[in-house]
Design a protein around this ligand. Structure first.
Ligand SMILES: CC(C)(COP(=O)(O)OP(=O)(O)OC[C@H]1O[C@@H](n2cnc3c(N)ncnc32)[C@H](O)[C@@H]1OP(=O)(O)O)[C@@H](O)C(=O)NCCC(=O)NCCS
Length: 146
């Protein structure tokens, strides 16, 4: 599901940097560690024995702000979308964050992608924009300054 999410995000915005092969190969180990980490909660929803949706929550540490709940890696299989699964998983995750006394949540989503409307519908407001550039573009820019 994490790989499918990555492919979706790269398709929605080609400026997103691709996941490295090394990281892709390490995903099973990464999630195995997440499941055992008390600061992380990986939730899945299944139907007829098949996992169709997932979401991950973790205790986020900011440099300048108090700890917060970080929501990550939300995915619902296309044929199960629009039925409230994301809302349900998020509400379950909120219980985990409450147990940890975290009162603020954060997540990121692709600029121009479909998820933004979902998260805003669920109560999130966009705050910081992450901007990517190729070095060649920046060199051209610096060339003009010199
Ligand atoms: C984003 C995603 C997880 C949402 O899952 P979902 O189960 O379809 O969402 P829900 O059915 O719980 O919908 C939550 C709310 O968003 C709304 N919503 C759902 N899809 C929407 C869309 N495409 N556009 C606008 N609103 C939408 C729903 O109406 C619902 O609001 P409501 O309960 O007030 O009616 C799912 O679309 C997905 O996996 N997308 C591809 C991967 C992705 O982009 N993940 C997010 C990474 S940040």
């Amino acid at each position: 599901m994490r790989r499918a999410l990555q492919q979706t995000m790269e398709r929605e915005n080609p400026a997103l940097w691709p996941m490295t092969e090394e990281r892709t190969l390490a995903l099973p180990e990464f999630f195995a560690n997440c499941v055992q980490d008390p600061d992380v909660r990986v939730l899945v929803a299944s139907t007829e024995g098949k996992i169709v949706a997932t979401i991950t929550g973790r205790v986020g540490q900011g440099r300048d702000v108090a700890a917060f709940g970080l929501v990550d890696d939300a995915w619902v299989d296309p044929e199960h979308r629009g039925r409230g699964l994301c809302r349900l998983l998020l509400s379950t995750l909120i219980e985990f964050f409450r147990e940890r006394d975290l009162s603020k949540l954060q997540l990121g989503y692709i600029h121009g992608g479909e998820a933004g409307a979902v998260w805003q519908r669920l109560g999130f407001s966009p705050v910081v924009v992450t901007a990517n550039a190729a070095l060649t573009a920046l060199v051209a820019c610096a060339g003009r300054v010199e």
